[in-house]
Design a protein around this ligand. Structure first.
Ligand SMILES: NC(=O)c1ccc[n+]([C@@H]2O[C@H](COP(=O)([O-])OP(=O)(O)OC[C@H]3O[C@@H](n4cnc5c(N)ncnc54)[C@H](OP(=O)(O)O)[C@@H]3O)[C@@H](O)[C@H]2O)c1
Length: 265
């Protein structure tokens, strides 16, 4: 695949907000045909109306934690554009709450939205991606590499994503499909407000750390460039989280001590 996404067909999940919205917009600006998936139709309509060629934007209203919705998404794309060059699975949800106080259903929902969705989209799209030697990309997190307090279910789901991606990368090597995991640090989006509270309701509160995070447009550029360069992994964060990632490998006990000093909500 040439290192340019003009006229390429790209699915972005979680495109109604934050990182997914910025990523879908960037690919549309660069001339790609973009399928945008999320549950909130009105937000997807608003994104399409901001794109230069609305006919190059396909809206897919669906829930990524439902296998049939993921299959329908890929089928709709193949019906409209007869192929698919890239899947960017970005839709996801976080949590705020100590493991002991958090309802078991929240742990299940986190796995369903963040991890099983990845399996569903992979199985639905991989044959088509092989035909075009395309890209299979997922947005995990620094929490897919190390863990902090009050995020046990979230970090488990994001670690699961990293493990899945590392395995299928090897399986797809001979087919020429590029597999990339995106590792964002804090990004200034609605992720904290949308996170699950311990009961499963919306947390509804913004975090200072998230407010001070990278703009989602910066992460979108990192995703775009990472795909162009067919990178294995793309880390998109301020220095602080990159340093924590370094410590998680080389001095995890020191990282534990530092993380205990940081407010986790
Ligand atoms: N912001 C950060 O600091 C940060 C850091 C590391 C990783 N990430 C990851 O980045 C990704 C994007 O998050 P964000 O920060 O942009 O948060 P966000 O603003 O809350 O956006 C989340 C997106 O996911 C969609 N979504 C959630 N559940 C869904 C479901 N069941 N089916 C379909 N779509 C669903 C939402 O759309 P609807 O509600 O309309 O369905 C929305 O478009 C997530 O995977 C998140 O874990 C974020």
């Amino acid at each position: 695949m040439p290192d340019d996404f003009k006229d390429k067909v790209v699915l972005v999940t979680g495109a109604s907000s934050g990182i997914g919205r910025a990523t879908a917009k960037l690919f549309a600006v660069r001339g790609a045909k973009v399928a945008i998936m999320a549950r909130t139709a009105a937000k997807l309509e608003s994104l399409r109306s901001e794109c230069l060629i609305p006919d190059n934007v396909l809206i897919i209203v669906g829930d990524v934690s439902i296998e049939a919705d993921c299959q329908r998404a890929i089928q709709n794309i193949l019906s409209k554009w007869a192929g698919i060059d890239a899947v960017i699975h970005n839709a996801g949800v976080s949590m705020r709450g100590a493991a002991q106080e958090t309802d078991v259903q929240v742990f299940r929902s986190l796995m369903e939205v963040n991890y099983y969705s990845l399996v569903y989209l992979y199985k639905a799209s991989v044959a088509a991606l092989k035909e075009r030697r395309g890209h299979f990309v997922s947005v995990s997190s620094m929490m897919g590499k190390y863990s902090t307090q009050l995020r046990a279910g979230y970090t488990a789901s994001k670690h699961a994503m990293v493990g899945f991606m590392d395995s299928v990368r090897l399986e797809l090597l001979a087919d020429g499909v590029h597999v990339m995991t995106v590792i964002p640090g804090f990004v200034n989006t609605d992720v904290a407000q949308n996170a699950f509270a311990p009961s499963g309701s919306k947390h509804g509160v913004q975090d200072q750390a998230i407010l001070g995070g990278l703009p989602p447009e910066r992460v979108a550029i990192d995703i775009y460039n990472g795909m162009k360069a067919r990178k294995r992994e793309t880390v998109s964060s301020h220095f602080k989280e990159r340093f924590a990632l370094f410590l998680s490998k080389w001095n995890p006990s020191l990282l534990d001590k530092l993380l205990l000093k940081v407010k986790a909500t």
